[in-house]
Structure formats: C-alpha cells, structure tokens
Ligand binder design. Structure first.
Ligand code: MV4
Length: 450
C-alpha cells in the first residue's frame, strides 16, 4: 500500500484547516481547492498548494467531481479528504475516484450507499444486533399497510422517507386521523427533495435525547468505539451545543452500547470514522441512522480520548493499522463544543460580511477551530458555521466554567453571530444539570427569544 505524500482537501472553512493540520503533522503535503469566492480564504493560505476549481456556487466548485479529479491530476495528490458536507457521503463520487485510482479518505462507496438509504441502513444494523426503533419491517408500500403497521405498534408513529435528511420527509401521525396526511406528505417530500418516495414507519419517541456513538473501523474487520456524544441541543436539525460524555450515560452503558456498535461496524469491515445515531429514552437506545463521515462535533470525542481522528482516517486509508486499540481508550474528563454561526438572533438569519476584529480564546483546555482572521470577508454562498469552540475540563462543571471563560475572551466583530445565545444558555439551570432532550432548545428559544 502506498503511503500518501500529498492529499487534496475537498472542502473549505474550519474543517479544511483541520485536515491540513493533521496532514502536516504526518509529513503529508496538502492541496486546497477553492471557488472564486474563496481566493482569500484561510484554507488556501494554510495549504501547501491551491487550485481554483470554479465559480462561487458550490455545485460548480466544491461539488464538481471533474474539477476535483482534474485538481488531483494537476497536483499529483494521491488521495482526497472530503471533510463533512459537500461530497463526504456521495457514493458516486467515491466510485469515480476509484476509477481514477485516487484514494478516498473515508468509507467505501458501498458502505456509503447502504447507510445513505435509511431502510437498508436499519435492516443492516438490525441484522448486526443493534437495537432499533420498533416499526415497519422495511418499506411501507401504501396507506393501507401504513395503517396496519401503526395499529400494531401504536400511535403516535413517525413516517420517514428512506432518503430523508435534515428533517425533510418526516411526518408524525398522532392518531389514525393524522395518518393519511402524514403518509402522503412524507412520501411527497421524499419524492420532491430526494427523488425517492419510499417511506418507513416507526414508533414516535416523544422526549428522547440524541446520543451518537463514534466508531472507527480499520477496513479489515477490526473496529473500536469512542463513546458517545449528546447532541440533543439543536434548532431545526442544526446542532448548536454538543458534549461528551453524555450527561445521562454511565460507564457501563457506554461500554455496552459501544461494544454493540464496534462489533456491528467490524461485522461489515467498515473503514474509517463513522457515527451511529440513536434516540435514547428511558434508559434504552434506539438506532435511527448512521453517518459515514467525520462529523462537525468530532473534537469533543478527540478531547476526552486524546486522539486525532483525522490522523487515523488518513492512516487507515493508507492501509496502515489504527494507532490505538479499544483497551487504550479511556474517557478523560468532559468536553463541550459550541457552534458559532454568522447569524443574527433571534431568527438565526445568515449574516455574512467583513470581520473587523477577531480574537480567538486560548489557555488550558480550550480549542478554537475556525478559519476566520482579521479583515476576512465571509462570503454569502456557504454554510454559516464560522467557528467551533471546544472546551475540555476534568469534569462537566469545569468544562462549563471554562466555556464561560473562553466565551468572555472571544472577539468576533463586524458581523452578528450566535455567541450571545451561549452566554444566555450558560445562565440556565437545565444546562448546568444536563437535563435536556431534543426539544429543550426549541422550547427555550420560543420562550426566551422575542
Ligand atoms: C425520530 C424522532 C422520534 N421518534 N424517530 C429527526 C431527524 C432524523 N435524523 C431523525 N429524527 C427524529 N427521528 C422516532 N422514531 C425524533 C426525531 C427528531 C430529532 C432527532 C434527533 C435530533 C433532533 C431531532 C429533532 C426533531 C425530531
């Protein structure tokens, strides 16, 4: 197996920097790609070389497969790291790279395909012994069958498009009267948003937490888990605050669900980083989806386990073994990440513009992942995430104090950001006690944002 000497980073912003940094520490050169809107972006400055791959619109640049393949050929990059978003979970892209003998730093096209379809993902996980939400056995072909399944599992139920994502193609039926509308709407949304009208049904869990397990496979039947993250604090399916370990998960629970997840991914020879998502209610885990990418919130896991997940991704893509085993992994303290967006409260309206002053917090247990700099102009074409502040402490209380302290040092002037939200959240007893679920933040915003 070849060991890479140059990789191309098919992304922008903080995650592009994250990958460039890991590569540099491994002695691997990096190639940044950028649109014409990102000529002055930090990832272009930080990489060893850069290639302009197209106009501002993502579909014509960061999502352009021919442009990325050409950029590899021009620069001699042997592999592509996709970051998150963009082409990170695109099976066709991975297939094209294979055809061009460019390595993909991530799972196989087949794993991406299986997990990208939620029905096949759930079937696969069920077969591998992962606990799932009670519901239909596979797809539900018509309204009559949907009613039968719902009567059997009991209302409320949720109808989900198999290709769904970001909350689209998902409808709750509280009772039999809601069923027709919920079924037809979920199917129509699947069709219009994803070109796939296949749906399935699950028991609707009313007050769960969103707990996700970080897994990592070597592609040769070996796999480990790196515990959980609680990502329940979200608004409109966008996470805003994530932490590890989960405030509701004890060491025995972690070991038990972690082993189930590690065994499952080992059983499919999974390669690289993955996240198995669960709803957690009344002490039980219910699988909902698997993400086959490095996630935005991976740094909280890195903090509590002291590992570099991007380094491991690159290693296994090179055909090398992972640099740690399950026995080497022990939870150290507590980490919290907050996502800072260029958005104006209270409506979270995107707020691009020029950063007149930027100062990143520092000190013990503080990590600021951001591609901002003084005088940088945030272009209006992309995601509004401009930074992630990750704090690590010996326990949850110390992490929360450190978050408060780090937020007080942070300066992002010239635009509106979501920073004030976190100052406000740190005043809340439920945040300090860790008593929240997937609905907590939206309810709080309704009550506290005018
Ligand atoms: C659910 C659910 C309750 N019961 N499934 C939302 C997005 C998609 N990934 C799965 N989602 C949900 N599935 C059952 N059977 C509630 C949600 C849900 C949710 C899940 C995780 C995090 C935030 C959420 C917000 C609203 C609904």
């Amino acid at each position: 197996m070849p060991v890479f000497d140059k990789i191309l980073v098919a992304n922008r912003g903080e995650i592009a920097l994250r990958v460039i940094r890991a590569a540099r520490e491994m002695g691997i050169k990096s190639v940044a790609v950028h649109s014409t809107a990102d000529t002055d972006a930090m990832h272009v400055r930080m990489a060893d070389e850069s290639v302009c791959i197209g106009p501002p619109t993502s579909t014509d640049s960061y999502l352009s497969v021919p442009a990325l393949v050409a950029a590899c050929e021009i620069t001699g990059a042997q592999a592509i790291h996709p970051g998150y978003g963009f082409l990170s979970e695109n099976a066709k892209f991975v297939q094209v790279l294979e055809d061009h003998e460019i390595a993909f730093i991530g799972p196989t096209a087949e794993h991406i395909r299986v997990m990208g379809d939620k029905i096949t993902a759930k079937d696969t996980m069920k077969r591998l012994g992962v606990p799932c939400v009670p519901g239909s056995d596979g797809g539900v072909p018509d309204l009559e069958t949907a009613r039968e399944v719902a009567e059997k599992i009991g209302y409320p139920v949720i109808i989900k498009a198999t290709a769904g994502g970001g909350g689209k193609g998902m409808k709750v039926a509280k009772n039999a009267e809601d069923m027709e509308n919920a079924f037809l709407t979920a199917r129509a949304e699947g069709k219009s948003n994803f070109g796939n009208d296949e749906v399935y049904i699950e028991k609707y869990l009313t007050t769960p937490r969103h707990i996700e397990i970080q897994v990592f496979g070597d592609g040769k039947g070996g796999a480990v888990h790196l515990g959980e993250r609680d990502c329940s604090l979200q608004r409109r399916h966008q996470k805003v605050f994530e932490e590890a370990p989960g405030p509701s998960i004890d060491a025995n629970t972690r070991a038990r669900i972690g082993k189930i997840c590690a065994d499952a991914v080992a059983g499919i020879n999974y390669i690289g980083a993955g996240t198995i998502e669960f709803l957690f209610e009344n002490g039980e885990f219910y699988f909902i989806e698997m993400n086959t990418r490095l996630q935005v919130e991976h740094p909280v896991t890195e903090a509590i386990f002291g590992v570099d997940l991007v380094r491991e991704q690159i290693r296994v893509a090179e055909g090398l073994p992972m640099s740690f085993t399950q026995d080497d992994l022990e939870v150290q303290g507590h980490a919290i990440e907050i996502r800072i967006n260029a958005e104006k409260l209270p409506n979270f309206a995107p707020c691009p513009g020029r950063i007149s002053q930027y100062h990143a917090p520092g000190g013990l247990g503080v990590r600021m992942d951001s591609a901002l700099y003084d005088g940088y102009s945030i272009p209006p074409y992309y995601d509004s995430l401009i930074g992630k502040l990750i704090v690590h402490g010996r326990d949850r209380g110390e992490a929360l104090s450190r978050l408060d302290r780090a937020l007080s040092e942070l300066i992002v002037d010239g635009i509106d950001t979501t920073v004030p939200l976190f100052h406000a959240l740190l005043q809340e007893a439920d945040i300090h006690s860790g008593e929240y679920n997937i609905h907590w933040l939206e309810r709080w915003l309704d009550e506290n944002m005018d």
